[in-house]
Design a protein around this ligand. Sequence first.
Ligand code: NAD
Length: 363
Amino acid sequence: MHLKILVTAGDGIGPEVTNEAVSVLKEVANIGGHTLELDAKRIGGIAITTDGTPLPADTLAAALDSDAVLLGAVGGNEFNSLPPDKRPEAGLLQIRSALGGFANLRPAFAFKELAINSPLRPEIIDGADILFVRELLGGLYFGQPREWNKATNEAWNTMRYTKAEVVRVARIAFQLAQKRRKKLCSVDKANVLEVSQLWRAAVMEVAAEFPDVALEHQYVDAMAMHIMNRPKDFDVVFTENLFGDILSDEAGVITGSLGMLPSATIGGKVNLYEPIHGSAPDIAGKGLANPLGAILTGALILRHSAGLEAEAAAIETSVRKVLEQGFRTPDLARTNPQGFTVLSTTEMGAKVRETVKTMLVNA
Ligand code: NAD
């Protein structure tokens, strides 16, 4: 298998964590006899400094010419005074929209070793494993008309979906549920919103194509409670853009650390992969960043852009094993530093690399 990956490491801890993700991917590719064609380009603050724009044309061209883009994070305090369209984050929005992915996948899973980092009780989260599939290009964030009319002191946004927009992302959500525990929970507010009534009708139509997947519907307000009370009951959670933004952040508490969470945006021209955390300027360059979210993001590349499920699962299991053995980055060790071996970013990357190598060589 040959995979062409563009790495846009970005700012702050972005380069530190993507380096570790790439080194794990290289190890896995070597063992399996796969070739990785890697290219690196600038995005965000570093691109503003060097090229005068957060998304240089050659970065975008290289992204469109690759099989997958691995993004670190963008942003830095020195850019905070720039207007929104000139800031590092504008580069992120531009690349997301140019690549065209409409299905945002955000796993939220519990590591029992990290239960102490979660505000939820261990018996509630232990075993929780949810995959959020959030529609990313429609709904309230993009619907027209939208305006803040300062003369009349009114503002409005429009939550709008076409049936086709719901159907295309619903199919992806059902297909993913088929490969998991075959349960899909569609979240809406169909008791109040017409757009949710269309959403629910479209989801039910698509469900007929997937008789092996059990479908349930939940209202978004009830779902916000269920995620906290009984997260283990859910497998794939399928939502529109705004609801998914809120619920997937809420579910982040299941994992207990921002540094652990990967994401993928698929369905467009080229899939985009990024850990969900930002550039963490407060710890950048100090070897303190947790690279596990980026490494788990690498696993998503193998799963969704290369069809290498066994290798993706091996990376995920290796992360679990490293945690089981008591290794932690400082963000994960805050609650009990004496009980753990605290590692730097590169040391943690090396541990996962060694573990995945042992697993795959002995498989
Ligand atoms: P952040 O995610 O960068 O950091 C929040 C807190 O979590 C910080 O204390 C940070 O040290 C810690 N943290 C985050 N990732 C970590 C990791 N891997 N290991 C250990 N600790 C980690 O969010 P923020 O502080 O609100 O934003 C900082 C900058 O990042 C801003 O410029 C913001 O716009 C940008 N940002 C970018 C993205 C992205 O590129 N996708 C996402 C969110 C924020």
